[in-house]
Design a protein around this ligand. Structure first.
Ligand code: CA
Length: 419
């Protein structure tokens, strides 16, 4: 199937096989839902007459929560209808008027995020970071039983492009007697996927792994900006707090689970000797199809590189399925396993996605070995952690023989000096 919209050809992030939803505005206009197609956004409120009457109200709101709370049947029906509208030439004249160039629009968060939780399912990341603290015993004994996570802060989640104001906080170098307060000197990024929750569950009613797919409405890229010096001092005994909650960036498009269906893969087999998941986390179909063959890339550009016209430097390339010890469905099942209720528009981070290779590390603290092996950039500069003016761009796409390539878009943030 091909779209009549310019820029939606093979190779685009947003061909007619993708059709992610998001919230956009232009000029001083109100925020409204749109679907990405090629280099454009189709304004869904303006195209409402061609959509089912029952959908119109939810697709005219400034956030998508009400739409997401509907079940997968409605989401599939909208996707099928948009696919028809954007590929059949008969609709071209009616719809072309309602296409807005993505470069003309400002993207917002797709929903009002009630809760944000960050997991830690990237086993290579957990091992690499653990090794810096505990060389002989990098993974704690619970890791292979429990999908580890913590409750993050929803209020500071922002769409791609929002500046990253360097946070200040308590930091205590290992050789200092007492901490001091000041701008973080070890500011880092974390490459993650975000899961958007559609239909929620009632308090007290866990979601089974086999049903989790009906609750995950889509995916995005997520950057869990992290102040490593604040983190090292504050994390015991209750885990991450101010080192993480000053900002979390997400790519603005919700790429649906249906669009990603052709790129499902088996979960990587657990290494010999690892325990089997407890029964409530185990599901045969999820073992076969729970992996996400999503290719990822992280680039860095410094102020000096931009001034000299030097292309962004590739920090890493990897893939989600090679990084995740627990699947998206296991994450959702575990989160609700005690009866905790997830709600439409909740955001869940996977945790940093590093592969087992040096080319696929998802954070600077791993690439630069905790500051011991600074990264050399083509400008002659070096980096152990992020400096003011540095811009990090996460991107991701899916490719497979026999399927049309789709992309998740970009998640960008540039560091600015502390307030
Ligand atoms: Ca994280």
């Amino acid at each position: 199937l091909e779209s009549w919209v310019d820029g939606a050809e093979a190779g685009s992030d947003f061909p007619v096989q993708n059709l992610p939803l998001g919230i956009f505005s232009t000029g001083g206009d109100e925020r409204r839902p749109g679907v990405a197609i090629g280099d454009y956004i189709l304004d869904l409120a303006a195209a409402a007459e061609l959509l089912d009457e029952d959908w119109r109200e939810d697709l005219a709101r400034p956030v998508l929560n009400a739409w997401l709370s509907r079940g997968p049947e409605d989401h599939r029906a909208l996707r099928a209808r948009l696919s028809e509208l954007l590929s059949d030439e008969r609709y071209r004249d009616d719809l072309e008027l309602h296409l807005i160039g993505q470069s003309e629009a400002r993207m917002h968060l797709p929903c009002l995020i009630g809760d944000y939780t960050d997991f830690y399912v990237g086993i290579h990341h957990a091992t690499n970071v653990g090794r810096q603290f505990r060389p002989d015993n990098p993974l704690l004994p619970n890791y292979k039983y429990v999908p580890i996570g913590y409750h993050g802060r929803a209020s500071s989640v922002r769409p791609s492009g929002e500046p990253v104001v360097r946070p200040s906080g308590q930091r205590k170098p290992p050789d200092a007697d007492a901490p001091e307060y000041g701008p973080s000197r070890r500011l880092d990024y974390e490459l993650e996927l975000g899961l958007w929750i559609g239909r929620g569950n009632a308090l007290g009613e866990p979601i089974a792994v086999s049903d989790a797919g009906d609750h995950i409405v889509g995916y995005c890229l997520l950057n869990d900006w992290s102040a490593r010096d604040l983190q090292a001092w504050e994390y015991q005994p209750l885990g991450p707090f101010l080192a993480k909650n000053f900002l979390t960036s997400v790519s603005p498009w919700i790429v649906s689970a249906d669009a990603l269906a052709p790129f499902r893969s088996p979960m990587p087999p657990r290494p010999q000797g690892d325990p089997a998941p407890l029964p409530y986390l185990d599901d045969a179909a999820d073992r076969e199809r729970g992996g996400l063959r999503i290719q990822t890339q992280v680039t860095l550009s410094t102020e000096q590189m931009r001034r000299s016209g030097i292309e962004p430097f590739v920090l890493s390339r990897g893939s989600a399925d090679a990084a995740m010890y627990w699947s998206a469905a296991q994450i959702v099942a575990h989160h609700s396993s005690n009866g905790c209720n997830l709600q439409p528009g909740d955001l869940i981070g996977t945790g940093t996605l590093s592969t087992d290779s040096d080319e696929g590390l998802g954070s600077m603290v791993e690439i630069g070995r905790g500051g011991n092996q600074p990264i050399e950039l083509p400008s002659g500069e070096t980096r152990s952690f992020l400096e003011d003016g540095d811009e990090i761009c996460l991107s991701a796409w899916c490719e497979r023989e026999g399927a049309v390539r789709i992309g998740l878009g970009e998640c960008v943030g540039r560091v600015v000096a502390s307030a």
